[in-house]
Design a protein around this ligand. Structure first.
Ligand SMILES: *[C@@H]1O[C@H](CO)[C@@H](O)[C@H](O)[C@H]1NC(C)=O
Ligand SMILES: *[C@@H]1O[C@H](CO)[C@@H](O)[C@H](O)[C@H]1NC(C)=O
Ligand SMILES: *[C@@H]1O[C@H](CO)[C@@H](O)[C@H](O)[C@H]1NC(C)=O
Ligand SMILES: *[C@@H]1O[C@H](CO)[C@@H](O)[C@H](O)[C@H]1NC(C)=O
Ligand SMILES: *[C@@H]1O[C@H](CO)[C@@H](O)[C@H](O)[C@H]1NC(C)=O
Ligand SMILES: *[C@@H]1O[C@H](CO)[C@@H](O)[C@H](O)[C@H]1NC(C)=O
Ligand SMILES: *[C@@H]1O[C@H](CO)[C@@H](O)[C@H](O)[C@H]1NC(C)=O
Ligand SMILES: *[C@@H]1O[C@H](CO)[C@@H](O)[C@H](O)[C@H]1NC(C)=O
Ligand SMILES: *[C@@H]1O[C@H](CO)[C@@H](O)[C@H](O)[C@H]1NC(C)=O
Ligand SMILES: *[C@@H]1O[C@H](CO)[C@@H](O)[C@H](O)[C@H]1NC(C)=O
Ligand SMILES: *[C@@H]1O[C@H](CO)[C@@H](O)[C@H](O)[C@H]1NC(C)=O
Ligand SMILES: *[C@@H]1O[C@H](CO)[C@@H](O)[C@H](O)[C@H]1NC(C)=O
Length: 824
């Protein structure tokens, strides 16, 4: 990083302070005057500036000579002004200027640029005058702009008017390599439309053609040296896009970027794309390095025409995402063909075959034999089993994500592979390939999100170079419970993302030894406390715990964070959207938030629930500021009474409170429940009821209320009076019903002492709980004091969730919510 010396020039404070002058220690000086309401070019800036940014001002005319004092100027930006006319001497003196940008003004190609205006700019390399022509005129517009005065220009961004007539002076641009047509008003391009273009153009970009452009077959004829054709997101239709490659047959090209060029054009009968051999006729003869056909509504591929490329070895990047074709009938041949692309470095086959809401497309292109990659977010059958695929060894980047109805691949063999980035995610599959590696492996990045971890675990050999592992949304809660070796194949990872996994607990050895782990993302899980296992991770410097159900951070965790900070000099902690409590029990934590040195999200100011303030929420930041008011009485006996035993139930009240106010969480619970159903199905536990209710005579009224409320929420209750099969022995019937229920509720009312069955039911509940099928035992006490509860409950007390049913109406509402949460 270079150090910038920022000097505010305050000679004429009122005007000059509008610009910021920056200077590096190399003497490079720039003036930044954006968005200052300037109506003319400022003349009071230091004369030796090299860069001047006047964008977002109000300059309309350049009368001439204003710039001549800035003889060293190399970069001039006047985007987003109201420029209308340039006097012939406008740029007088700018003989060193290399880049000039006047995008988004009102300059007219035919009238705003008088002869001679560009004469001084003979060193200009880049000119941007795009997004100026606003009218969509039906007239022929000739590009009277004296382009030929820019004798050295290499890159030009310009609008494409409805009926363009370029003129012979364009042919003089010997060094022009890159032309970018923006604001594309054109509707029809003839064979001869680009006849005046200089012959050495290597890059043609045509974007923002929102209306369909009809193109004659030979329209690209004049561009005989074209290496890059970028039609991304223009309305051209893939079928036509493939046709206009006619003059480029048998050439070598770097990029053919045809992403998102297919829209429906009803009048021309152009709809979804079915690729045929005829469509592929021209492109198949081109030796192209990067081919992007993403997001083109390709629904079907006839006669395996996608495999008709004559030079598969030319491909370095192939992107086919966001289409709708399935490879079912030629998948095997496709993977054989993939093997022939022996220089392939990147393969992206994602978001298929249905339309996804927010696909992320990759921006990939080849430049001077170097590859660039940027991710871009846009707004906007029967399964065959493939036994084995062997990706080409040059492949460095493989992405197959968001695929429905995918072919199951049993095995992927990587031979002497250079693969660095390996992403197979969000697939609707029940087979995950076993990955085997011959020779060294270089995999550094592995993303297997969105696939149930049950099927991915153990499918990889030890990846010792792996630095980043992403396993979002992979239902890890389940595997973590049963399998302790889940990460042992990735011993050296630095970054681990296991967000959205419904994790509520991590066993003490659940993640193994991750000595080098630095960044751990546990957000969007269901942690009620921070797992102790983290304390064993000595390299962690970033921890994301946001969107969990934490009420506080234990002292041991706080100490660990401080130790990490001391050791590494930094620590980032994310705690937003938890269920923190501000009470005497947590006051150390609340204070700690404000004092510790770790870098916190939300500036360490989180919502917390306040038992003292009648359960309102406030912010930890505010509480710390008013610390005396809140915590001064902490040692008093009032507080002791509400002490820690209640904390547990408060936690749940909070969850309920958040549940009401927070749609997100409601969705989480819904998913959680659905997932659990699925999980239960997979292990063949089929609960007939959600809840079994055990009660005695004086509870009948309440049970009716309970049944109504709970069944309103879509849960199914089993109660003796209603659901027992007639004629069965009553004990068997009870045992059977408890067995078929996910949870059991004991309603403890005064008459329970007379209920001969409650002891039996407690025993059954204990048995079912032990055999792991019964998930929760809930005891509701109503109109009975705790010491009257039958002694039998003592044996299951530690497994019980207790609700002391309140009498106040407000509290009753909370109790219902709490109950429902437990049942979900
Ligand atoms: C630009 O000038 C116009 C009229 O000359 C004026 O209405 C407008 O407010 C000015 N804009 C700014 C940002 O100063
Ligand atoms: C800008 O120049 C045009 C053409 O010379 C002239 O009609 C217009 O009045 C000028 N505008 C300003 C604000 O000077
Ligand atoms: C527009 O230009 C084309 C080709 O130069 C010419 O044939 C046509 O007559 C022109 N139309 C008008 C209205 O000038
Ligand atoms: C185009 O490029 C070729 C090779 O780079 C060169 O020989 C030729 O002179 C260039 N054409 C023009 C008109 O400059
Ligand atoms: C292709 O065009 C799109 C749209 O204008 C642009 O975002 C993208 O950067 C271009 N690609 C290259 C390689 O220039
Ligand atoms: C455009 O050129 C192609 C190829 O040379 C030719 O087949 C076609 O007829 C031409 N179209 C027109 C309208 O001249
Ligand atoms: C596919 O190939 C068969 C035989 O090779 C041919 O008869 C048929 O017309 C082709 N279909 C298309 C759509 O190209
Ligand atoms: C290509 O990449 C290499 C290594 O990243 C770099 O050294 C080289 O300058 C790049 N070449 C060009 C033309 O960008
Ligand atoms: C954990 O998963 C691996 C790989 O599937 C398996 O070999 C191992 O037996 C599992 N361990 C347990 C305790 O289930
Ligand atoms: C953790 O994961 C979540 C969800 O995937 C993401 O939004 C968040 O930015 C990640 N946190 C960090 C620190 O990268
Ligand atoms: C939060 O706490 C501050 C500081 O005691 C207090 O001024 C404010 O009224 C409280 N806000 C709410 C919503 O209770
Ligand atoms: C904490 O955040 C809340 C909500 O953004 C804000 O009202 C409050 O002033 C903040 N408190 C502190 C101390 O920054």
């Amino acid at each position: 990083m270079e150090t910038f010396w920022i000097i505010f020039v305050n000679l004429f404070v009122c005007v000059v302070s509008k610009c910021i002058i920056k200077q590096t220690h190399h003497g490079y000086k720039e003036a930044l005057c954006m968005n200052q309401g300037l109506t003319s070019v400022p003349t009071y800036l230091p004369h030796d500036i090299r860069k001047l940014d006047l964008s977002y001002n109000n300059i309309s005319n350049i009368t001439g000579g204003e710039f001549s004092i800035y003889v060293n100027l190399q970069d001039l930006n006047m985007n987003r002004n109201v420029l209308e006319y340039l006097e012939p001497s406008a740029f007088h003196g700018l003989r060193l200027l290399r880049r000039l940008s006047m995008s988004k003004n009102n300059l007219q190609l035919a009238t705003s640029y008088p002869l001679g205006v560009f004469k001084p700019l003979y060193n200009l390399l880049e000119l941007d005058i795009s997004r100026n022509m606003k009218d969509d005129s039906k007239n022929n517009i000739s590009y009277k702009i004296p382009m030929n005065e820019l004798v050295n220009i290499q890159e030009l961004s310009i609008d494409l008017v409805a009926k363009p007539y370029f003129g012979k002076h364009f042919r003089d641009l010997k060094y022009l390599q890159k032309i970018r047509f923006e604001f594309c008003h054109v509707r029809y391009l003839h064979n001869y439309s680009f006849n005046d273009m200089p012959e050495n153009i290597t890059e043609l970009h045509m974007s923002a053609c929102y209306r369909f452009v009809f193109m004659e077959t030979n329209v690209l004829g004049p561009f005989s040296n074209l290496k890059t054709l970028n039609l991304t997101n223009s309305n051209i239709h893939l079928t036509q896009g493939l046709k206009i490659l006619y003059p480029l047959q048998n050439k070598n090209m770097d990029n053919i970027l045809f992403r998102g060029i297919t829209n429906n054009v009803a009048e021309l009968d152009l709809g979804s794309v079915t690729l045929t051999t005829a469509d592929m006729k021209y492109i198949s003869t081109i030796c192209v390095k990067t081919l992007d056909l993403s997001n083109n509504d390709i629904v079907s591929i006839k006669n395996q025409s996608l495999l008709s490329f004559k030079f598969p070895e030319c491909f370095e990047n192939m992107l086919l995402s966001g289409n709708r074709f399935a490879m079912n009938n030629f998948a095997i041949n496709f993977f054989i063909f993939l093997g022939k692309m022996r220089n392939l470095k990147l393969f992206d086959y994602s978001y298929m075959p249905i339309e996804f809401n927010n696909p992320v497309y990759l921006n990939v292109y080849t430049k001077d034999n170097n590859q660039s990659l940027i991710e871009e977010r846009e707004d906007g059958g029967d399964v065959r089993i493939i036994p084995v695929i062997m990706p080409p060894s040059h492949l460095e980047y493989l992405r197959i994500t968001h695929i429905m109805g995918v072919n199951g691949i049993k095995k992927i063999i990587l031979i002497k592979s250079r693969l660095r980035h390996f992403e197979i995610s969000y697939m609707d599959t029940y087979i995950f390939p076993k990955i085997s590696i011959v020779g060294n492996n270089h995999i550094q990045y592995l993303d297997i999100s969105g696939i149930n971890s049950v099927i991915t675990i153990g499918k990889f050999p030890v990846l010792k170079h792996l630095r980043t592992l992403i396993m979002k949304e992979s239902k890890m809660y389940d595997v973590l419970r049963t399998n302790k070796t889940i990460l042992k194949w990735f011993p050296n990872i630095r970054t681990l993302d296991i967000s959205y996994n419904f994790i509520w607990n991590i066993p003490s050895d659940g993640l193994g030894e991750l000595r080098l782990l630095k960044h751990l993302n546990l957000s969007h899980n269901m942690l009620e406390s921070v797992p102790d296992v983290l304390i064993s991770f000595e390299s962690v410097i970033e921890l994301d715990l946001s969107y969990n159900l934490l009420t506080t951070l234990k002292r041991s965790i706080r100490n660990w964070i401080e130790k990490q900070y001391e050791k590494h000099g930094q620590f980032r902690l994310y705690l937003n959207k938890n269920s923190f409590i501000c009470s005497c029990d947590t006051k150390d934590f609340i204070l700690w938030i404000s004092k510790n040195k770790a870098m916190l999200d939300q500036k360490g100011n989180y919502t917390c629930w306040m038992p003292v303030d009648k359960g309102r929420t406030n912010y930890t930041g505010n509480i710390v500021n008013a610390y005396q008011d809140y915590f001064v009485e902490c040692d008093d006996k009032i507080w002791l009474e509400i002490g820690s035993s209640l904390l547990a139930s408060i936690i749940f009240i909070i969850i309920c409170a958040t549940l009401c106010y927070n749609l997100r969480r409601r969705i989480i619970f819904w998913f959680y429940r659905t997932l659990r159903r699925m999980q239960e199905e997979s292990v063949n536990v089929n609960f007939e009821y959600d809840v079994y209710v055990s009660y005695s005579d004086d509870g009948t009224q309440f049970v009716k209320e309970l049944t109504d409320t709970v069944e309103n929420c879509g849960l199914k209750i089993c109660c003796e009076d209603r659901d027992f099969l007639a004629g069965e022995p009553i004990a068997d019937e009870r045992a059977r019903s408890i067995h078929l229920s996910r949870h059991i509720i004991f309603l403890v009312t005064p008459s329970i002492v007379q209920n001969e069955w409650s002891r039996f039911e407690i025993e059954r509940a204990k048995f079912e709980k032990l055999s792991k099928e019964l998930q929760k035992i809930i005891v509701i006490t109503k109109d009975i004091s705790l010491d009257e509860i039958p002694v039998e409950f003592a044996t299951i007390w530690n497994q019980v969730n207790l609700i002391v049913w309140p009498n106040e109406e407000e509290e009753i509402a909370v109790a219902w919510k709490k109950l429902l949460i437990w049942l979900f």
